[in-house]
Design a protein around this ligand. Structure first.
Ligand SMILES: [Zn+2]
Length: 548
């Protein structure tokens, strides 16, 4: 993303168009000029495209079971500890399609977060207790583990207390303007060994959208919680990937992990979250919801009393689309696009791994944002009377949903360093969105999308041949979107032409399968492409990706 934001991959593509309008005093953006009259429009009216959509039953006060009183008046029932639930990986089976369930055995050493979070009645603060099981998979001993505190860079505040390592109290060292805490380990953690880190955290949520683009805070009756918990960054051959969140681009880079999260919240809140709800109870005027998510790069949830939802299924996956009640038509459109996108990407890339995908409309300055198993879309796109950069909001709603859904494949299942190699998920997401339009509307529709979504952005820099593969912070603010989102997909398209489309398609499926729940790099991407085409792509990568 950009500015002092905290999240992983917002659609900067769209974001910069928005920023031009909403944040900066920039001239009216020309990214998608009104002079492009060939807008992609559905072949049939949007509202009629989801005839099978069903209203999803949502938790309400009347459907929540009350806690069963114990037969003993003296000893209250002891709920299973979250950390014990997480230890037994079977709790994650419900969230994975059958073909993906063997993953649980393959990722035995992945980090497990057990998080208990209580939301204050005014929705402006959180209290949390976190139990993290971390296994050193790095091939060398570690003397400390970092936790990133994104609220401290996003207009809120995160404070830690009661930190312990295997039961031994430790003091953190705050770094990077308190956006990270270095937790010293009392004894070195050798390769292959585990450690339990526990801590309490308190969070004040932001109330000013401009600081975080509306991804973290309480806005217009919607609580959005982008990286609210202390989270461990990736450790690789360069050491810990930790820094103050850079401006302009996405800022998260996490290993695939397991999350079990218990949310205690006012009972009227409708909560949309990563993963699958595995338990719900009512305690007084509070609801207690437990979610299991994993493998997943991150855990996110949004909550509002104003949400309603519609849902549909494709294969083993249920798709839920949340929006304010008065925006139900937009929710239906988002549901239809998400369903079509999952179907298309399942066929082209490999199967979506989860049994649930949520689309949630929230007030944000960005147009969209992806998280594991859930994507956020700005509610402006749900307003039929709204125009964005001169185009009807429905046009943006379709392209934003199609783009963010791609990130379930590239960003979540296949991770990448979004700070240093953002093109790997963003340029790919733009290219694959073009495939959504191709499969949905044919070549004419795809060409219109490419004109509006890619060319118009790159044209803003007069098609400057700035490399697409630079670290996000290297780009000037006006370069990032035109190059990574505009020029980037043209490189992927040129690569497909050079390799031959069938070979490229096979390569992309293999990239997805071979890097599942791991991390892709530019070098690995190139190497695998070359193996598939039996050709040397060095000159092409130099021309588009690397050369200054
Ligand atoms: Zn994106």
């Amino acid at each position: 993303m950009r500015v002092p934001i905290t999240k992983s991959s917002v659609s900067l593509v769209f974001l910069f168009a928005i920023v031009g309008v909403w944040v900066a005093c920039a001239p009216v953006p020309t990214a998608t000029p009104v002079s492009s009259p060939t807008i992609v429009r559905p072949a049939s009216p949007i509202a009629t495209r989801s005839p099978t959509a069903q209203t999803v039953p949502l938790p309400t006060a009347t459907t929540l079971p009350t806690i069963t009183p114990t037969s003993s008046p003296i000893i209250p029932p002891t709920p299973p500890r979250l950390s014990d639930l997480a230890q037994d990986k079977s709790v994650f089976l419900k969230g994975l399609i059958k073909a993906e369930q063997a993953t649980l055995d393959r990722l035995a050493g992945a980090t497990v977060y057990a998080i208990d979070v209580q939301i204050a009645d005014d929705l402006l603060s959180l209290k949390g207790q976190q139990h993290v099981r971390y296994t050193n998979r790095e091939g060398k001993s570690l003397n400390a583990i970092y936790f990133q505190l994104f609220p401290n860079a996003a207009g809120g505040k995160s404070t830690l207390s009661a930190i312990s390592v295997d039961g031994q109290s430790v003091d953190p060292v705050y770094e990077f303007k308190e956006s990270a805490a270095r937790i010293p380990l009392p004894t070195p953690l050798h390769s292959g060994k585990q450690v339990i880190i526990q801590m309490d955290f308190q969070v004040q949520v932001a109330q000013k959208m401009e600081i975080n683009y509306g991804l973290f805070g309480y806005f217009e009756g919607v609580l959005v919680l982008d990286e609210f918990y202390p989270v461990i960054p990736v450790y690789d051959q360069t050491g810990w990937n930790v820094q103050y969140p850079p401006p302009n681009a996405d800022t998260s880079f996490f290993d695939a992990s397991f999350y079990i999260v218990r949310v205690t919240a006012p009972e009227k809140l409708i909560v949309a979250a990563s993963g699958t709800r595995v338990n719900q109870q009512r305690e007084g005027n509070q609801q207690v919801l437990t979610f299991a998510a994993g493998p997943a790069r991150d855990f996110y949830f949004a909550a509002s009393e104003r949400f309603t939802a519609v849902g549909d299924t494709i294969g083993e996956t249920t798709i839920n689309s949340y929006a304010f009640a008065e925006r139900k038509e937009g929710a239906q459109t988002a549901l239809r696009v998400a369903k079509d996108a999952v179907k298309i990407y399942n066929a082209r890339l490999g199967e979506y791994p989860y049994t649930e995908l949520d689309v949630v409309s929230t007030p944000m300055l960005a147009l969209g944002i992806e998280y594991p198993g859930i994507i956020g879309i700005t509610l402006r796109e749900y307003d039929p009377n709204e125009k964005i950069s001169g185009l009807p909001s429905q046009v943006y709603l379709e392209s934003t949903v199609a783009h963010e859904v791609v990130h379930q494949w590239f960003y979540n299942v296949v991770g990448n360093d979004q700070i240093d190699e953002p093109w790997l998920d963003e340029s790919l997401a733009q290219y694959v969105t073009g495939l959504y339009y191709l499969d949905t509307y044919g070549e004419t529709g795809a060409q219109t999308y490419r004109n509006n979504g890619w060319a118009a952005r790159w044209d803003r820099l007069n098609r400057a041949k700035i490399p697409i593969g630079l670290p996000a912070a290297t780009y000037k603010a006006n370069e990032y979107s035109p190059i990574v989102y505009g020029r980037g997909p043209f490189f992927i398209q040129a690569l497909a032409e050079k390799m031959g489309q069938a070979t490229f398609d096979r390569f992309l499926r293999e990239y997805y399968q071979s890097h599942k729940w791991g991390i892709g790099t530019s070098a690995a991407f190139k190497q695998l492409a070359e193996r598939n085409c039996q050709c040397d792509l060095t000159a092409m990568f130099d021309e588009w990706v690397y050369r200054k």
